[in-house]
Design a protein around this ligand. Structure first.
Ligand code: CP
Ligand code: NVA
Length: 299
């Protein structure tokens, strides 16, 4: 049966670790020479901007010997209201997998429901499962383990935060999210969560003794009309040097990028010795290779 990646919540701890370990193995072994996806095509349907996710998927596919086909909404008949169920069934006859970046989670779910090929969520308003997998890969690469750690999330309770919550539920690490009032993760994402996951108001409470500090933009794609209000509401939630000094001395500073220096993260932290942000970005390519190998070619 085909496998999709729509949210990390559908994965087991073993699934997550096998993606991460394969990603690390691929990174260590350099360029893949086996070309296991020779003759295969990955379709990318993107309705939002992307630098990293698009380029790392395209490069991953090239390294695996396959091809990609990029379709913006405007360039396809989706822009003229062709139903998702028709688009999915037609594309299933041409390509071997689809990576979809869009607004609603329901859209990728419908695409997966009608596709005969694996569908990968390349970011929705609700989740960013590819991001959390490569972020966890980065933590394992730097720390050697995903156990016995406290992860701080400072900022918006958004799609990437939801994915960190999913990961903490499955893997059991401590996750403390510091969010301004009104910007907490969706209650459904926290329902039934264990006491390893907490939402607090004070970024210092999240950062104290943390092994990892994570942040993301205050205004995600699709929220531009709220930017001015958000800039005000997130004051005091910047990951700056003072906040980092409260974490473990070896704490990893992470940001999925793109970043707004001087807003959610200080320039000195972004460029500082604890930042693993650019390794984190690189790892998307290795993790996507592992993902495509497993979803298209099988284990
Ligand atoms: N982190 C991430 O998904 O970046 P892009 O929006 O550039 O793809
Ligand atoms: N939360 C951000 C992540 C970008 C990779 C957004 O959705 O715009």
């Amino acid at each position: 049966m085909k496998k999709d990646l729509l949210t990390i919540k559908h994965l087991t701890g073993d699934d997550i670790l096998s993606f991460i370990d394969r990603g690390l193995e691929i990174k260590r072994s350099g360029r893949n020479t086996d070309r296991p996806l020779r003759g295969c095509t990955l379709g990318l349907i993107f309705e939002k901007a992307s630098t990293r996710t698009r380029v790392s998927f395209e490069t991953a596919m090239t390294r695996l010997g396959g091809h990609t086909l990029f379709l913006s909404r405007e360039a396809s008949q989706l822009s003229r209201d062709e139903p998702i169920k028709d688009t999915a069934r037609v594309l299933s006859r041409y390509v071997d997998a689809l990576a979809v970046r869009t607004f609603s989670q329901a859209m990728v779910e419908e695409m997966a429901q009608w596709s005969k090929i694996p569908v990968i969520n390349a970011l929705t308003d609700r989740y960013h499962p590819c991001q959390i997998l490569s972020d966890l890969m980065t933590v394992k690469e730097k720390r050697g383990s995903l156990e016995n750690m406290k992860v701080a999330w400072v900022g918006d309770g958004n799609n990437v935060a939801h994915s960190w919550i999913g990961a903490a539920r499955i893997l059991g690490f401590r996750l403390v999210l510091a969010c301004p009032e009104g910007y907490e993760p969706m209650p459904e994402e926290l329902e039934g969560a264990g006491d390893n996951i907490r939402v607090v108001r004070d970024p210092r409470e999240a950062a104290t003794d943390a092994h990892v500090i994570n942040t993301d933009v205050w205004t995600s794609m699709g929220q531009d009309a709220e930017r001015d209000r958000r800039l005000k509401d997130f004051q005091g939630f910047q990951v700056d040097e003072a906040l980092v000094s409260m974490a473990k001395p070896e704490a990893l500073i992470m940001h999925c990028l793109p970043a707004h220096r001087g807003e959610e993260i200080a320039e000195g932290v972004m460029e500082g010795p604890n930042s693993v942000i650019f390794d984190q970005a690189e790892n998307k390519m290795h993790l996507h290779q592992a993902l495509l190998e497993m979803l298209i070619a099988g284990p």
